[in-house]
Design a protein around this ligand. Structure first.
Ligand SMILES: [Zn+2]
Length: 213
């Protein structure tokens, strides 16, 4: 609880430029069926605080035409000096480990993900969105082929980690890991829905909020 409170007010302000406004407006062209935010308005948490666009809204709006915007130079302020944050970290990894670009990028990505792990453990959507945003900038910079190499390296690294951890049955171990993660995510979604319902009903159905596990 204390940890959550400590993170609760943490809000990175990385989306302030013109292209951020462009991306925001893109998603807000549709209303949100999750939190009922109207067209043009921000998504809200159950407690009423502004939050990042819910997945259903992002899905409904569709992916912004990043490539087109990028080519028109409309994303330049999103990618300071045309060197995304993760590409800078990738360069540092390349130089530190004396490796090529895709491996350096993959190392930077995993390091960044590890650095953000508390945000992810606390299910902080800002953390995920921030990572998502930086990864997008990196992949835009690398193009389809460079991006494919990064994905291949990451998958190979995960496979080798799992083979090391469960040499007898790595496939089963991986399936178990994915199943566990899905179960945890679904349990969390159920709990969030219950909490949302509780918020609206003002205590009606409180007995339903008992944790399932
Ligand atoms: Zn919403």
């Amino acid at each position: 609880m204390e940890q959550q409170e400590a993170w609760g007010h943490w809000r990175p302000h990385f989306r302030s430029g013109e292209s951020s406004a462009r991306i925001r407006a893109w998603f807000r062209r549709v209303e949100c069926t999750a939190c009922k935010a109207e067209e043009g308005r921000a998504c809200r948490t159950p407690a009423g605080y502004p939050t990042h666009h819910h997945k259903v809204r992002r899905d409904a709006a569709g992916l912004p035409p990043y490539q087109e915007w990028h080519e028109q130079g409309l994303l330049d302020d999103l990618v300071p000096g045309t060197t995304p944050v993760l590409a800078q970290a990738g360069l540092a990894a390349r130089q530190g480990l004396n490796v090529d670009e895709p491996l350096g990028d993959a190392v930077a990505l995993v390091r960044r993900s590890l650095a953000d792990r508390y945000g992810r453990v606390l299910l902080d959507t800002e953390t995920l969105d921030r990572l998502d945003h930086d990864v997008r900038a990196l992949l835009l910079a690398r193009g389809p082929e460079g991006s494919a190499e990064i994905v291949t390296i990451l998958a190979a690294q995960i496979a080798s980690l799992i083979m090391g951890a469960a040499p007898e049955a790595p496939d089963a171990a991986y399936n178990q890991m994915v199943t566990d993660q899905l179960a945890a995510a679904r349990a969390r979604q159920r709990l969030e829905r219950l909490l949302d319902g509780l918020e609206i009903d003002q205590g009606d159905g409180a007995s339903e909020t008992a944790p399932e596990e």
